[in-house]
Structures are given as structure tokens and as C-alpha cells.
Design a binder for this molecule. Structure first.
Ligand code: NAD
Length: 545
């Protein structure tokens, strides 16, 4: 296949967001998913390292467990060795020669097929893997592992098409072209536990643009990552375009980040890990063949602020959904709220009543609104914050945790009078929400407080019926969030509708699921062709008269 295919006249099918299924009692989709959950709970795949399509089992085996039933092993997986990492990089270079020359519409077709497989016959498998392995409820899994991943694959193909069609002007006598080449080298994708779709996208977006990818999934997302890789292979992704390296992140990163062919890093995870990777890249600058593209979406300390004119019930619902869905383990989860004194008693009582109504437990029981937090480390970290709150603030609801069977933490509402209290500033990544009550007269000052309280700027929301208040907040909070909501919760961004990413310590803001992100994975070549080149080196001004 060659890079100059007659592709300009081709158009991909129109793109729409994948509809969310309801899984209502009695529905066929619910019965089908329940059956798949039961079948997969009885299985325990032995997940290998995958290089060039070859499965390698190093023998150093780890276990993946269900967070809500941590005695239950969902899969075993093999840690990559240092030799595996080097072999994966070499194999990626082999695959790159063909894949980077494959016409874009052929690459897009792979991902469109993956999207259709996932929307159809693979849906239950990816949903069940995400529920069992990451403790998502059926709804949280459906909007992540099914809808969002389908949307990433379809919309990225659509955005790639738009990008490839962006061409410079050509005055008479010449033809100017932009050729959007793959990066020269490999992209290192390091993915978090909390979204199956992010795993698929951090590999999929660079691969869509003709790159080959070294994928290091999070240990706690292993089961759904494994099925994502198989889905892409079933859709026709050539072996070696994405090589799969479960294992020790520090060891794998040391080799990948010091390799001369490192062309890019596509990371989502905590700010500290990303900063360390960036530093390593800086130290290795003399070694690279090109300047690596560094894309990272990191932590958050997301806020919701209510104006005295806010609709109290809408605010309370946004707070509960925003803070507690997926156990507060979304980068976008609400973790600090600012409420005027006049509304506080009503807001507090409604939020506390909803918290008391929330069921927490095994996600196989569809009545539960929350599952467990991801692992012992997260459980201990969140428990530490709860202990701090018991000592230094007021716990209005929740506050308990029980790690005996699963890592369960109650949805918790904390109130503090100290605007600099650490629970208002630090990312907790659990179902703990802290409220600060402000004087109604201090709306403008409170907006400033929201803006400067944490180093992050990922998501945020304002609730107000008063249009002037909305306008003031929009300006005051311009740099406080990369995804900003008016009268809506601060979670639930949809691909193609709300491109996602934050600024400040929340990342490079390259907006996952948008053309801006795809731009990072290409290196443009400008081609000028002159049809009839001059044959005389002199210019008219050089003549005497
Ligand atoms: P994490 O930083 O612990 O892990 C992310 C990835 O980095 C994993 O694959 C992990 O194995 C790897 N890693 C860990 N140590 C490493 C090292 N020394 N070198 C290289 N790689 C290393 O994050 P997590 O717990 O999986 O995810 C939660 C974090 O991700 C939160 O901070 C959350 O805000 C953030 N997040 C951000 C977004 C966003 O779009 N901004 C989206 C999802 C999650």
C-alpha cells in the first residue's frame, strides 16, 4: 500500500454518538449482560505480554481481583521483562514501516469496525470486564467501556478525515499540499485504571494517525485492557501496531523513555507520575531522534459553586451524581462545593438525604449506585482523609469504610470553615466531598477563592439562575477549569460534544476525542510542486531599461 492513494473523494460514514442502553428490568440487554457477567466471573484468563501478535508468558505472574470482592481473582497476568520491552520497541519499528504507509481510510476502517464490534457483539464482554475488574456499576460501565470507547473510535476517524482534508492554497502554476505523516518512532501510551475507554483511546488515537504504540496498561485495569486489545485485533489491526506490555511501570518507562525512537508519550494518570516522566524525558533530551510529543491528562480538584439564585434541587442532584458516581474516582468528580449561607440548610439536608438512600456494594447487584474503590492503596489513602476530617472538620454523612470483603467507602459529606483545609485542596480520588459555606454577600470573593484554592484546573461548574452571576463566574473562572459547566454537573463529558482536558496541574489540555489531540500524533510535511519551473535565473529588475 502507498501513502498517495486516491482518497480525497472518499468520505467516511456520518458520525453520531453511540446511544446509552438502559438495562431496565426485563429487558433483553439486561439478561444478556447478566449472563456474560456470570460466565466471565467463572473464568480466569491468563493474560500475556503481546508483541507482534505473539503471546509471551514470562512466568512472573500477578493477580487481578474484583475490588468489591477482593478474594476473587478475575485474571492472572504476566509481567514483561526488560528484554520484552526492548523486543516490543523493535517489533513496533517493523510494524511502523507498513502501518505508517497505509492509506488513512484503511486505518480508519479498522477503528470503525472495532466501534461496530464493540457497539454490538463485544459490548457485553467489555462491560462485564469493566464491572468485574474496576467495580463499575452497569451504567458507569456502559457510558465508559461501551459508549465512550465506541465514540472515540468513530469520532477520531471523523476528525482524522477533517484534518487530512485541511490543505494549503495553491496559486496558479503550482500545487501545495500538506501531508500529515506519522511521527518517526513509537508512541508510549501509559493508561489509568479508571476508564476503559481511555485505555483504548490513548493507544487508538496515535495508531489511527499511522503510529505504532507501546501500551502499558494499569495493573488494576488489566482485564478490560486485555479485551480491548483483542477487540482491535479482531477488527483487523495489524499485529505489532499496538504492543501490549503489562508490568513494572518504572522499569518499562526507564527503557521506553530513554530510547532514541521515542516519538511521543500519551499519558493519563496522576500529576506526580506525569511530572516524573516529563523530567526523565528532559534528562534524556540529547538521545532522541526527534522532539517527543508529550501529552498528559492528569489530576483534578473539581468544584461546583452555587450562587444564591441557584435551583437548590438541581444543584443537590448535580453534587450527588458528580461526587459519588464511580466512587468519586473520575478525574472530573466533584470534590469541593461552595454554597451560600442562605441555601446551605436546604442543600445540606437534600444531599444528606440522597446519601442515606445510596446503596453501596457488589456491582452484580444492579440496585447499587456505588461499588468499591479500586485497591487497598486507594482504600488506605481515602481512609486517611476520613480520619483527618473526623479530627479537623465536621462529617455530615458517611465517613465509614469497610475493607473486609471489598474496598468499600461510604459516600461522605464533610463541612469545613477553613477555605484552605487540605480536603478542599488535594485530590482524594474517592467518594469524599467537602463543603465550604460562604456569606451571600461574598459571591465575587468566593469566585476568586475557587480559582486559587488548588493547583488543578480540570472541571468545574456554576449553578445560578441570575444571568449576571453566570456571566461574572464565566470570567472569574476562565482559567480554573478546562471543562466548565453552567447549571450541570462537572462530570460526564461526551466525545464530540464536550472535548475533554484540563490546564494548570491537570495536564497539557490536548482535548481527548478531538482534532486537537490528533494533531499531536502527526508531523506535517509541506510539498510544493511547480508545474513549469523557470529556465532563466535572472529577474526583470536586473535589466537596464
Ligand atoms: P496513576 O498515576 O497511579 O497511574 C497511571 C499510569 O501510570 C498507570 O499505568 C501506572 O501503572 C503508571 N505509572 C505509575 N507509576 C509510574 C512510573 N513511575 N512511571 C511510569 N508510569 C507509572 O493514576 P491512576 O491511579 O491509574 O489514575 C488516577 C489518576 O488519573 C488521578 O490523578 C486522575 O485525576 C487522573 N486521571 C485524569 C484524567 C484526565 O483526563 N485529566 C482522566 C482519568 C484519570
Amino acid at each position: 500500500m502507498t501513502s498517495f492513494s486516491p482518497s480525497a473523494a472518499r468520505r467516511l460514514p456520518p458520525v453520531v454518538n453511540d446511544p446509552i442502553r438502559a438495562y431496565a428490568p426485563g429487558s433483553a440487554e439486561r439478561a444478556s449482560l447478566k449472563a456474560r457477567l456470570a460466565a466471565m466471573e467463572a473464568e480466569c484468563p491468563d493474560i500475556p505480554v503481546v508483541i507482534g501478535g505473539k503471546e509471551i508468558r514470562s512466568g512472573e505472574r500477578m493477580q487481578a481481583v474484583s475490588p468489591h470482592k477482593h478474594g476473587h481473582v478475575t485474571a492472572t497476568w504476566h509481567k514483561a521483562t526488560a528484554d520484552d520491552v526492548r523486543a516490543a520497541i523493535a517489533d513496533g519499528q517493523r510494524a511502523w514501516r507498513e502501518w505508517s504507509e497505509t492509506p488513512w481510510e484503511a486505518r480508519a476502517a479498522v477503528f470503525l469496525k472495532a466501534a461496530d464490534l464493540l457497539a454490538g457483539p463485544w459490548r457485553d464482554t467489555l462491560n462485564a470486564a469493566t464491572m468485574l475488574g474496576q467495580s463499575k456499576t452497569v451504567f458507569q460501565s456502559e457510558i465508559d467501556a461501551a459508549c465512550e470507547m465506541v465514540d472515540f473510535f468513530r469520532f477520531n476517524a471523523h476528525f482524522a478525515q477533517e484534518l487530512y482534508h485541511e490543505q494549503p492554497v495553491s496559486p496558479p502554476g503550482m500545487w501545495n499540499q500538506s501531508e500529515y505523516r506519522a511521527l518517526e518512532g513509537f508512541v508510549y501510551a501509559v493508561t489509568p485504571f479508571n476508564f476503559t475507554a481511555i485505555g483504548g483511546n490513548l493507544c487508538g488515537a496515535p495508531a489511527m494517525m499511522g503510529n505504532t504504540v507501546l501500551w502499558k496498561p494499569a495493573a488494576t485495569q488489566m482485564l478490560s485492557a486485555w479485551y480491548t486489545l483483542q477487540l482491535l485485533h479482531e477488527a483487523g489491526l495489524p499485529k505489532g501496531v499496538i504492543n501490549f506490555l503489562p508490568g513494572d511501570p518504572a522499569m518499562i518507562s526507564e527503557i521506553a523513555l530513554s530510547h532514541p525512537d521515542l516519538a511521543g508519550v500519551h499519558f493519563t494518570g496522576s500529576t506526580g507520575v506525569f511530572n516524573a516522566m516529563w523530567k526523565t524525558i528532559g534528562q534524556n533530551m540529547g538521545k532522541y531522534r526527534s522532539y517527543p510529543r508529550i501529552v498528559g491528562e492528569t489530576g483534578g480538584k473539581d468544584f461546583i459553586i452555587a450562587h444564591p439564585s441557584a435551583d437548590v434541587q438541581a444543584f443537590a442532584v448535580a453534587v450527588v451524581r458528580g461526587a459519588y458516581e464511580y466512587q468519586g474516582q473520575k478525574c472530573s468528580a466533584a470534590s469541593r462545593i461552595y454554597v451560600p449561607k442562605s441555601l446551605w440548610p436546604e442543600v445540606r439536608d437534600r444531599v444528606v438525604a440522597m446519601i442515606k438512600d445510596i446503596r453501596v456494594g457488589d456491582v452484580n447487584d444492579f440496585r447499587n449506585f456505588m461499588g468499591a474503590v479500586i485497591d487497598q492503596k486507594a482504600f488506605d489513602r481515602i481512609s486517611g482523609y476520613l480520619a483527618d476530617a473526623k479530627q479537623h472538620a465536621k462529617i455530615l454523612a458517611g465517613g465509614g469504610c469497610d475493607g473486609a470483603k471489598g474496598w468499600f467507602v461510604e459516600p461522605t459529606l464533610v463541612q469545613t470553615e477553613d477555605p484552605g483545609y487540605r480536603l478542599l485542596c488535594e485530590e482524594i480520588f474517592g467518594p469524599v466531598l467537602t463543603a465550604y459555606v460562604y456569606d451571600d454577600a461574598k459571591w465575587s470573593e468566593t469566585l476568586q477563592l475557587v480559582d486559587r484554592t488548588s493547583p488543578y484546573a480540570l472541571t468545574g461548574a456554576v449553578f445560578a439562575q441570575d444571568r449576571a452571576a453566570v456571566a461574572e463566574a464565566n470570567v472569574a473562572l476562565r482559567h480554573a477549569a478546562g471543562n466548565y459547566y453552567v447549571n450541570d454537573k462537572c462530570t460526564g463529558a461526551v466525545v464530540g460534544q464536550q472535548p475533554f482536558g484540563g490546564a494548570r496541574a491537570s495536564g497539557t489540555n490536548d482535548k481527548a476525542g478531538s482534532k486537537l489531540n490528533l494533531l499531536r500524533w502527526v508531523s506535517a510535511r509541506t510539498i510544493k510542486e511547480t508545474f513549469v519551473p523557470p529556465h532563466d535565473y535572472t529577474y526583470p529588475f536586473m535589466r537596464e531599461a
